[in-house]
Design a binder for this molecule. Structure first.
Ligand SMILES: Nc1ncnc2c1ncn2[C@@H]1O[C@H](COP(=O)(O)OP(=O)(O)OP(=O)(O)O)[C@@H](O)[C@H]1O
Length: 315
């Protein structure tokens, strides 16, 4: 029988003073990318730690690849990869040295270990730096090595705790590409993040945690549709153009907010078509746009919209 890669029911974790998780249910299949979103202290790491058998739940159950995280911890660990603490990368060894060592510890022969290291350094873009000590690597290279180290055993489930925090945009998008590739090859990826954009880019399933509870879940599209809108900010040459533009956008039923001193008008927009329509209208009226930026909703917008929904329910 095929099991879901992750199956969690009524999961909870109480510490002496704090309830870190309560009543968490979730399920993820092969090749799925599950993003666990939440601000600091929401319970993301606790969830990953329970699934990775680093800490035990105090309520409910969790199975990974069909194995119970409490009673079959050893089996769970054979099927998963974790970045960060779980796989310790030795700074004095090179990427190749680290990867060979880990493969040997996992039971590979010297020849198999060397071959796996070559495969990983190449697919993670570390080939050129493969033979110098990891302590000389940049943050992005180091993160890629962490990730490669977590993948030596070709795990079925990979856990990534805030994989892109502190990375520059180029390293971040490199890492996103790797995650997409892994999922396409059938690895289930569970990642925690504070960035809605990251969940949107990578995940087909998202849960939002707040104070240890799941407060929203679904596809990124569904989550964003719940929040609704992105924000367009238009900048104009002078206050008069700003005023005219605000009037024109009002006629498009866009609820614009003008700031004549800053010469900007901001307006919530939904689909890309709405932005095109807005630009065309202003162009037709001869109102030149000096600059246009569109901001995506953030995790804060999700929380705000959830609060609004729950307040509406209490009114
Ligand atoms: N070992 C522990 N002992 C006591 N409380 C803990 C322990 N580990 C976590 N907590 C508490 O549990 C709650 C959830 O913490 P957790 O680290 O899971 O959150 P997080 O969403 O991962 O936050 P961050 O983004 O800051 O890593 C927090 O209130 C935290 O203080």
């Amino acid at each position: 029988m095929r099991h879901p890669r992750i199956e969690v029911a009524g999961l909870g974790k109480d510490y002496a003073q704090v309830t870190a998780l309560t009543g968490v249910n979730l399920r993820a299949e092969a090749g799925a990318v599950l993003a666990v979103l939440g601000h600091n202290g929401a319970g993301k790491t606790t969830l990953i730690d329970i699934l990775g058998t680093r800490t035990r739940p105090t309520a409910g159950s969790a199975r990974v690849c069909g194995f119970d995280v409490v009673t079959d911890g050893h089996e769970v660990r054979r099927h998963i990869g974790m970045t960060g603490q779980f796989v310790a990368v030795d700074d004095n060894l090179s990427a190749r040295g680290n990867l060979v060592l880990i493969a040997r510890l996992l039971g590979a022969s010297t020849r198999q270990a060397k071959a796996r290291a070559v495969e990983l350094v190449e697919s993670f873009g570390l080939a050129e730096a493969a033979d110098r000590p990891a302590r000389t690597y940049s943050g992005g290279m180091r993160r890629r090595l962490d990730l490669a180290a977590g993948l030596v055993g070709a795990p079925e489930v990979l856990f990534l705790d805030e994989p892109t925090t502190g990375l520059d945009p180029v390293s971040r998008s490199g890492l996103w590409e790797i995650v997409t590739r892994l999922a396409a090859a059938g690895t289930t990826v569970v990642l925690t993040t504070q960035y809605l954009e990251e969940a949107d880019r990578l995940a087909d399933q998202v849960i939002v945690l707040a104070m240890g509870r799941i407060v929203a879940e679904g596809t990124p599209e569904r989550l964003k549709a719940g929040i609704g809108r992105r924000t367009a900010t238009l900048t104009f040459a002078d206050p008069q153009a700003t005023r005219h533009a605000a009037c024109a956008l009002e006629r498009l039923a866009l609820r614009p907010v003008p700031d004549e001193r800053a010469r900007t008008v901001t307006a919530p927009v939904a689909a890309a078509g709405e932005i095109t329509g807005l630009v065309r209208t202003l162009d037709r009226l001869g109102i030149g746009i000096a600059d246009l930026t569109v901001t995506e909703p953030t995790l804060d917008d999700v929380y705000l919209s959830l609060h609004r929904t729950s307040w509406a329910g209490h009114e």
